[in-house]
Design a protein around this ligand. Structure first.
Ligand code: AMP
Ligand code: MG
Length: 342
């Protein structure tokens, strides 16, 4: 299959690209599109044959459910059995935006493989002009996980989607680099005290101002319990070379690089901009602030695959605010491993 990547911006030709995307989706095909978090790989969420193509294109395990994207608030009640007060407050505060809410699903409306056998469904209204325009023109719900091969870092640029899915999907709408850079926060509102299943740009602190206490289990706590979000149990975000975490301390990082190089390793370093003066074989910046770090992380992890580095060192951050989301992705990409200084 030939894969087209079409730039969508404010020029007239973009209208043709949107029409092409809508036609492909209506014909049961897949279309990748930008959202404010990462690129999504979409299929119409009521078409089971189309949704199954997502699992095939990504190589995604079939027990890992998909998030359903909607373009208007009104559609929500078509797909979910009950909208609680807390859910309404979150919608008012954070939609459209980088938030997925888990609801009890209305039976027999969405394709079976969207929910992967669960009685719940994750729904989000994204806040990206291209995603919203596509959803509103289509007027149907779109099931969309991140548009990467399963296990790889999520795509934050159209070209990342092309690298992973060329030949497997007909169309990528390219709207440039995404803003947030990490996937949406997933919160389960079907529980007495809501639980954050995946941290993201909408933080625990932000929820608590709107709906009171919420739980945010750490990555380790999540691994110990039964997985509530099936995605939690899979390897994720990994470049080809192993990733090792390290404190954000220049002396420690300098020693680690030296020790690894003495053992004959070629090192890629992911760290804040002011670590550039150190001497790894490759340096990829994570920027200055936590927002920069979220936006740059997947790009940096993917960049490692374009080098011949055989080990990746990545500096950590705190788990305050969006740091929780960054650390969640970093810990998964490293499989929880840290560099141990000799
Ligand atoms: P991605 O495929 O990268 O967009 O990630 C989607 C995430 O949402 C995965 O971690 C899924 O396991 C999670 N998810 C989707 N639907 C549900 C659901 N009904 N219940 C719990 N987690 C869900
Ligand atoms: Mg994903």
């Amino acid at each position: 299959m030939e894969t087209q990547r079409l730039i969508v911006d404010n020029n007239v030709d973009s209208e043709k690209s949107y029409s092409q995307a809508v036609d492909l989706l209506n014909a049961g095909e897949l279309v990748a599109f930008p959202t404010e978090t990462v690129y999504g790989l979409g299929a119409i969420a009521t078409n089971n044959t189309a949704v199954k193509k997502i699992y095939a294109a990504k190589g995604r395990p079939s027990d890992n459910p998909l998030i359903v994207h909607i373009g208007t608030f009104d559609e929500l009640e078509n797909y979910v059995a009950d909208i609680s007060d807390k859910a309404r407050k979150c919608m008012d505060a954070f939609w459209p935006g980088p938030l997925t809410m888990i609801f009890k699903v209305k039976p027999n409306v969405l394709a079976e493989s969207v929910t992967a056998g669960l009685d719940t469904v994750g729904i989000r209204m994204p806040n990206h002009p291209v995603a919203l325009k596509l959803l509103q023109k289509l007027g149907k719900p779109v099931a969309a996980p991140s548009a990467n091969r399963s296990g790889k870092p999520s795509p934050t640029e159209g070209i990342h989607v092309e690298q992973d899915l060329t030949g497997k999907i007909p169309l990528i709408l390219d709207g440039g680099a995404t803003g947030v850079g990490v996937e949406s926060t997933v919160i389960d509102l079907t529980l007495e005290t809501p639980v954050i299943l995946r941290p993201g740009a909408i933080t625990k602190e932000m929820f608590e101002k709107v709906i009171g206490p919420v739980k945010q289990p750490t990555h380790i706590e999540q691994k110990q319990g039964a997985p509530r979000a099936p995605g939690m149990k899979y390897k994720h975000y990994a470049p080809n070379a192993p990733v090792l975490l390290i404190e954000k301390d220049k002396n420690q990082v300098a020693s680690a690089i030296q020790q690894l190089q003495q053992q004959g390793h070629k090192v890629a370093l992911l760290a804040p901009q002011d670590f550039e003066q150190l001497t790894p074989e490759w340096f990829f910046t994570l920027g200055e602030t936590q927002e920069d770090m979220a936006a740059n992380l997947f790009h940096a992890l993917r960049a490692c695959d374009l080098t011949t580095a055989d080990v990746v060192l990545a500096t950590v951050t705190t788990t305050q605010g969006v740091g929780a989301a960054i650390m969640n992705r970093l810990e998964k990409s490293a499989g929880g491993k840290w560099y141990k200084l000799k």
